[in-house]
Design a protein around this ligand. Structure first.
Ligand SMILES: *[C@@H]1O[C@H](CO)[C@@H](O)[C@H](O)[C@H]1NC(C)=O
Ligand SMILES: *[C@@H]1O[C@H](CO)[C@@H](O)[C@H](O)[C@H]1NC(C)=O
Length: 636
């Protein structure tokens, strides 16, 4: 951490001496790329050398920047511009010098020729090239070094030859569009669990579709006349009738059948193992379901022993798993000589305790969210904690996970509630934090404890918003290099101290959670740019802050918190419309709307900040720093 700070300070000093606010030389690299295009006229008026591509006042067309202490180009989005260029002629190496580039779209232009070396951009998350004239065969190993890729769109081009096998190894891939090309050869077996959307339609693919692809609908194979197999309900005839073996082959044949027997035995063993494992998993799943029912909002008192027994059971199961030396734990390379049953205390402010203390504690279910369920536990030493059970979270290996959690636990700020301890097992993690009696802002604003709502007068609400902003400012400095310094800011993750000082929890978990899980678990994924382009940046946190401000000011439950958007109030739309129609006063929660005219004036200013923070175009949305500055100016 100290080293990182030192590095940032050094970088800052360096930047201040040369150029105030953007990564050095990015304009040069972008211009180099532009000059390698055949037709770049649409860019000429805004892509100007020696100007700052990240200047919010004079933005370069299609350039989006992340703000990680200094600004750097994170996305190049050049869709529908009539740009032209010859694949191999494009200066991809110029782009590879843009250290923060994660998103590249050249969709719906007229680029042609073989696919250039986009694979030198090894940090790309999204590559969108649909609707061009790219052609030729893509090398089998083309995607070997693109492990960060989540979305790949190559549809509506003229690619030929086999689908590159390296695509099957991209372990973060979520979406892959290859439709409307001339890909031929067999369908590779895509087994990545992350993969949600895939389209292979209208190509020239041939042969039997691997059984592993049956989880996808048949429609993704449409328009490939020579595909067959159960997946598309079409029998593969030619291969079914093998020619009778010639006499010389018989010895080989019997050897082969010996081998087949071995394989069969192995398959049976594997199946038995799998059934056992699945059975265990099922049992666990049921536990979760039961817990789900015991729920939720009204914090049902659970029989004291139940969590303890359950946790103990699953611990024991985990222990025997490890003793048995299961393949999965070996392959996962967890080990490291640590006992799997340790509770690791990372912050001793509430004393040192162990798993036995937790197990002896009186427990109560608090609720369940995108990450897992939470319990309140009162330990014998009088300390009350919240234990969050989180499934999976295996994006990082054990060592990296521990390093990261310790980093989160070292945070000290009056508006941040750091974790106290954690427990690591491959299939589950426990995260322990201090229990805060007043509960969350969500409960206080919308819970049915009627009195609580009116405790929240305007000065208190302002104090909460300012505290949240300060906590966010701190996180954005401390985790300035992260895509999502918080990532999950919402009223249920804002706890309130007895003096109504807000405490942020569940922060900076983005790096720990696999992409498929985080899309469901982290509120930042509801920001418009994440929904539309899978683009996540510190500005997604600004959006979340805006929702919280609008929620606090209107007293309404934002529909944005719900997955189906049914119920609640679309606070963003409502606020925008009322403000544009000059009816701002209507937005203010009646509970606080009886203030003096000067305070009403301040409330309206705060609503305006909420609207600015939720600006749907992330390019024109304000930065966290500016948002905090405006919030600090508001007075009671
Ligand atoms: C590109 O063109 C296709 C077909 O005309 C259209 O469906 C798609 O929305 C366009 N993409 C963008 C980013 O505008
Ligand atoms: C506004 O109304 C609340 C209750 O609704 C009350 O507690 C408060 O004193 C009122 N404030 C003023 C300035 O009238």
């Amino acid at each position: 951490m100290a080293a990182v700070r030192l590095f940032l300070v050094a970088l800052l000093v360096f930047c201040l001496r040369t150029n105030p606010s953007h990564a050095i030389g990015e304009d040069v690299h972008l211009i180099e790329f532009k000059e390698s295009l055949k037709d770049s006229s649409p860019l000429d008026s805004s892509w100007i050398k020696d100007s700052n591509p990240c200047d919010p006042k004079k933005p370069w067309l299609g350039i989006d920047c992340s703000d990680t202490g200094f600004k750097a180009v994170s996305a190049i989005l050049l869709m529908n511009l009539g740009l032209a260029g010859d694949g191999p002629g494009l200066d991809i190496d110029a782009l590879s010098r843009l250290g923060s580039l994660r998103f590249l779209s050249l969709e719906n232009n007229t680029f042609s020729g073989p696919l250039p070396e986009f694979n030198h951009l090894s940090s790309l998350r999204s590559l969108f090239l649909s609707g061009n004239q790219f052609s030729g065969v893509i090398p089998q190993d083309y995607f070997d070094k693109m492990g960060s890729l989540k979305k790949l769109h190559l549809s509506r081009n003229k690619f030929t030859g086999p689908i590159p096998g390296s695509l099957t190894k991209l372990s973060n891939l979520i979406e892959m569009w290859l439709q409307d090309n001339e890909f031929s050869g067999p369908v590779p077996s895509f087994e990545q669990k992350t993969l949600q959307t895939i389209d292979l339609s209208n190509n020239k693919l041939q042969g039997e579709i691997p059984q592993s692809m049956s989880r996808f609908p048949a429609s993704i194979f449409q328009g490939n006349a020579d595909l067959c197999g159960p997946v598309v309900s079409k029998e593969c005839r030619a291969a079914a009738a093998p020619a009778s073996a010639s006499p010389e082959d018989t010895s080989k044949e019997s050897q082969k059948s010996g081998a087949v027997t071995k394989w069969v035995i192995l398959a049976v063993v594997v199946t038995v193992l799998l059934v056992t494992i699945l059975f265990n998993a099922k049992k666990k799943e049921e536990n979760f379901k039961v817990l789900g029912k015991e729920n939720m909002e009204d914090a049902v008192q659970v029989r004291v022993a139940s969590i303890n027994r359950r946790t103990a059971n699953s611990m024991r199961r985990a222990g025997s798993y490890n003793e048995a030396g299961s393949q999965s734990s070996r392959r996962g390379g967890a080990a490291g000589g640590k006992s799997p049953n340790d509770l690791v205390v990372i912050n001793e402010e509430q004393g040192v305790f162990g798993l036995p203390d937790l197990m002896k504690a009186a427990a109560e279910v608090l609720g369940s969210g995108g990450l897992g369920s939470s319990y309140k536990a009162v330990m014998a030493n009088g300390v009350t904690v919240v234990v969050k059970r989180m499934r999976d979270m295996n994006k990082l290996n054990r060592d990296a996970f521990e390093t990261e959690i310790r980093k989160l636990g070292r945070i000290r700020h009056r508006n941040i509630l750091p974790p106290l301890a954690y427990h690591y097992r491959k299939e589950e993690k426990l995260l322990v934090t201090e229990y805060v009696p007043k509960g969350s802002l969500l409960l206080l604003l919308h819970g049915d404890r009627g009195a609580a709502h009116s405790e929240l007068n305007w000065p208190t609400r302002l104090k909460i918003i300012k505290g949240v902003a300060r906590g966010m400012g701190f996180l954005h400095t401390e985790f300035g290099t992260y895509d999502l310094p918080h990532g999950n800011l919402k009223s249920s993750n804002i706890l309130l101290s007895p003096g109504y000082e807000p405490l942020l929890t569940d922060y900076a978990l983005f790096s720990l959670i696999s992409s498929s899980q985080s899309a469901q678990a982290l509120f930042a994924y509801k920001s418009p740019e994440a929904v539309l382009y899978q683009l996540l940046s510190p500005k997604s946190d600004v959006y979340c802050l805006g929702i919280v401000i609008l929620e606090i000011m209107t007293g309404k439950f934002p529909s944005q918190y719900l997955n189906n958007q049914k119920g609640g109030t679309d606070v963003v739309q409502w606020a925008r419309q009322s403000i544009s129609e000059g009816r701002v006063a209507e937005l203010i929660d009646p509970e606080i709307a009886n203030g003096s005219s000067s305070s009403l004036d301040q409330m309206e200013k705060m609503l305006q900040i909420g609207v600015t923070c939720t600006e749907s175009n992330h390019e024109s949305r304000i930065e966290m720093r500016e948002a905090i500055r405006s919030i600090e100016e508001i007075q009671v």
